[in-house]
Design a protein around this ligand. Structure first.
Ligand code: GAR
Length: 207
């Protein structure tokens, strides 16, 4: 039987947030084990990052839809997470919306990172939305995943300035750097059971 807190990560891209979390686990800053990494993109960097760290990693074909998993894929993702006895599902750049059966299987145990200060700029390319809107402060948000898009209870946020000379790329890079600090801190608090949820408010217990 596994007694450690087990993390499963889902990602579609580079995997830099996964790498930040895996490094924090390896450094003993997160009391957990990286149980499995799953991707809907066969060539995703996140799978290479995981394999380089000897963490089990699998591509699961997402099926016929563009923005969500089809039923077969959803079952395959949930089954892979259950086989790996995952306690927490960490979305790290997973670019599909999770639906019914997946959410029910891991209710209250799925978290996501989003590159904006939610509830501003949900959806795609939030850093570009922030620049286009002209905000002076941008950032990132770690939140629980619910049935909406980027709408679950907020666990943590980190702000970065928007500079006059920013391009979408430079702002995205600054937000990414903030994500690599914020996400491991939030996952550590969840692994230590220091987080409780009261309505929409997430309370951090003092450790
Ligand atoms: C991150 O910036 C994350 O916030 C974003 O994808 C990037 C993944 O980077 N996620 C979303 O936009 C989800 N809606 P990574 O693969 O290097 O961790």
């Amino acid at each position: 039987m596994n007694t450690s807190f087990r993390i499963g990560v889902l990602g579609s891209g580079k995997g830099s947030n996964f790498a930040a979390i895996a490094e924090a686990v390896a450094a003993g800053k997160i009391p957990a084990e990286m149980a499995v990494v799953l991707s809907d993109v066969e060539s995703a960097g996140i799978l290479t990052h995981a394999r380089n760290r000897s963490i089990p990693a699998r591509f699961i074909p997402p099926g016929k839809f563009r923005t969500k998993l089809d039923e077969v894929a959803e079952r395959a993702f949930v089954s892979a997470l259950q086989t790996a006895q995952v306690d927490l599902v960490v979305l790290a750049g997973f670019m599909r919306v999770l639906k019914g059966d997946f959410l029910r299987a891991y209710e209250g145990r799925i978290v996501n990172i989003h590159p904006s200060l939610l509830p501003c700029f949900p959806g795609l390319e939030s850093w570009r939305q922030a620049l286009d809107h002209g905000v002076k402060v941008a950032g990132c948000t770690v939140h629980f995943v619910d049935a909406g898009v980027d709408s679950g209870a907020i666990i943590g946020q980190s702000a970065v300035p928007v500079l006059d000379e920013d391009t979408p790329e430079s702002l995205h890079q600054r937000i990414h750097a903030a994500e690599h600090e914020l996400y491991p801190q939030c996952v550590a608090a969840l692994a230590r059971n220091e987080i409780s949820v009261v309505g929409r408010r997430v309370i951090w217990k003092k450790s």
